[in-house]
Design a protein around this ligand. Sequence first.
Ligand code: ACO
Length: 381
Amino acid sequence: MTDTLNAQAPEIRKGLNGVVVDETRVSKVDAASNSLLYRGYPVQQLAGVVPFEDVVWLLWHGELPTDDEHAAFTRTERSARQLDPTLRALIDSLPVTAHPMDVLRTAIAAIGAQDPEPQRPSADQTYEHALRVLAQTPGLIAYDQRRRRGLGPVDPRDDLGYSANFLYVVFGEEPDPADVRAFDVSMTLYAEHSFNASTFTARVVASTLSDLHSALVGAVGALKGPLHGGANEAALALLDEVHDAERVDAWLDEALAEKRTLMGFGHRVYKNGDSRVPTMEAALERLLDARPGGENERLRDVYDSLQAAVLERKNLKPNVDYPSGLAYHLLGFDTEVFTPLFVASRIAGWTAHVVEQRQANALIRPLSEYVGEPYRDLPAR
Ligand code: ACO
């Protein structure tokens, strides 16, 4: 019985598979061009060409920024990078064994308590708050990775762009421009992807007229799972587990026999290949070429062989988490930090959707088909 008084025979769409729940102007998976479009622009044309900060502006405002808008936006972002000491103290109060996604989720919740949105915020007010979260996220991730490595914090630099400063605060030295470009490509590719699970979570929270930070915290929780953003971490673990290209066939025999999920492969929307993969793979190739040598050659071989074998045996293609996981490893990030990097980027898309949801809001509240005990009276007591 459906949980409504006038139930029609319901059609259950598990996982909302194939269900269109609303309109959006933010992004589109475009079958015709096999592209992901941000406000109409193919992401493969944006990545590595338009800096991530301008991609954020595009997602929030619908057009690329003018020079003046770019200057004002980057000035504000750069001036908001320094972490409040209370945030550092909060992270220090958490166990060093805590997963970095749990640390980041806690820190974003704390920012929401320190810097709450006003009642009935305008879109611009929401973007101002989101920009402060976006600006602080690299510092939060860096502070956490560095404390786990027994290193002190690095102050942000306001003469570096978003991606360059990100690498700087994590690793403590001015990054190679080629690394910055590869990282910036990943930031752009991860920034937005229509009604994926975490974005939908953000929209559900926003639909109750709750605040931006609650929507972001909910989205972080949804992204953490290995079927979604957690797959970039899990994909690298897979490469580690296979270890040698010669072992791929035997490993895959066993994995398929055990019906294991192959992390970094498959996608709910793309059934013929994730349109972001070629761009991310090109960036990965450049990182590998710049780091020749035994260990990385081994990883490259495992990466290629596993991809070919999974295609041949399961007809499954990789999603963007497969190349990005290895790219982040080559850049020097701890594996557990990969999904927080995804968060840093996707704050852009989540925020655009929170604003869009509020602009034409309808409370998101689906129905369910009740299959439990039928009506029964409480026994006399
Ligand atoms: N490993 C093994 N089998 C798979 C995989 C996979 N990675 N992906 C799909 N399949 C199988 C399904 O089990 C299903 O088999 P069945 O018909 O025997 O039941 C069949 O392929 C078809 O599955 P779909 O309906 O296409 O998959 P669905 O839309 O339910 O799932 C998902 C998509 C969750 C992403 C899935 O492909 C998966 O688990 N992938 C691994 C996790 C991952 O990489 N997630 C990242 C997604 S992209 C992102 O978040 C950036």
